[in-house]
Ligand binder design. Structure first.
Ligand SMILES: C[S@@+](CC[C@H](N)C(=O)[O-])C[C@H]1O[C@@H](n2cnc3c(N)ncnc32)[C@H](O)[C@@H]1O
Length: 200
């Protein structure tokens, strides 16, 4: 039977159920480390971890011996953030929908949306929020541990039919970066997917 409730509400239930078993270790951890290395995260820099889930990015930072100067985990799912705080009681978290206008009290060196882009439909708002919350010279990165093809293959395997293109085309991401005056666009879809741009 299909689920006729609004998509976001159904997703919230799904994430609440997944939170206690969501992995932040093993392969997930090494994939997150790989993303941080492409992001170029350095000791003491600040990070806005959007759709942070149970904190795999924070776990990867810790495992690399890197301590962010400031870190904020934003997620729409309170149970996901509860799990994150169970592992990292000192972490600052905020339960919020990043598809609504978002303004943090101070800007960030890095804003990262990791393994979560398939859950977002309002890309305009993502770029508007990123542009608004980056420090000058700061980087906005959207990354996924699978490539576009790898993710499609995964979806076929589990019988999931996405409601929209899970990882948007580079041209669409580049158009939005330009619209929100973000420069130095980089993207790759070889071992894993990433798209990054910077505030001038
Ligand atoms: C597949 S999980 C990935 C979590 C984490 N980044 C990781 O790699 O383990 C997707 C996350 O996106 C969050 N999410 C989905 N839509 C969101 C939104 N509109 N605003 C903030 N978080 C959202 C979910 O609650 C969930 O924790």
């Amino acid at each position: 039977m299909s689920d006729h409730r609004p998509a976001k509400e159904a997703d919230l239930d799904r994430f609440a159920a997944l939170a206690p078993v969501w992995s932040s270790g093993g392969e997930a951890l090494s994939q997150a480390r790989r993303t941080l290395s492409v992001l170029g995260f350095q000791q003491g820099q600040s990070l806005l971890d959007v759709a942070a889930g149970t904190g795999v990015i924070l776990a990867a930072l810790h495992s690399l011996g890197l301590t962010p100067g400031r870190y904020l985990a934003v997620d729409i799912s309170a149970p996901m953030l509860e799990e994150l705080r169970r592992s990292f009681p000192e972490a600052e978290t905020l339960c919020a929908d990043f598809e609504l206008p978002f303004s943090a009290p101070a800007g960030y060196d890095h804003i990262l949306i990791y393994n979560s882009i398939p859950h977002f439909t309002d890309l305009e708002m993502l770029f508007a929020n990123a542009g608004r919350n980056l420090l000058p010279g700061g980087t906005f990165m959207i990354a996924h541990s699978r490539t576009r093809e790898g993710l499609s293959e995964h979806h076929r395997r589990i019988g999931h039919i996405p409601r929209h293109t899970p990882i948007p085309p580079d041209a669409e991401l580049a158009r939005l970066a330009a619209k929100y005056r973000l420069i130095h666009v980089l993207s790759a879809d070889d071992d894993f997917f990433y798209f990054s741009c910077q505030r001038p």
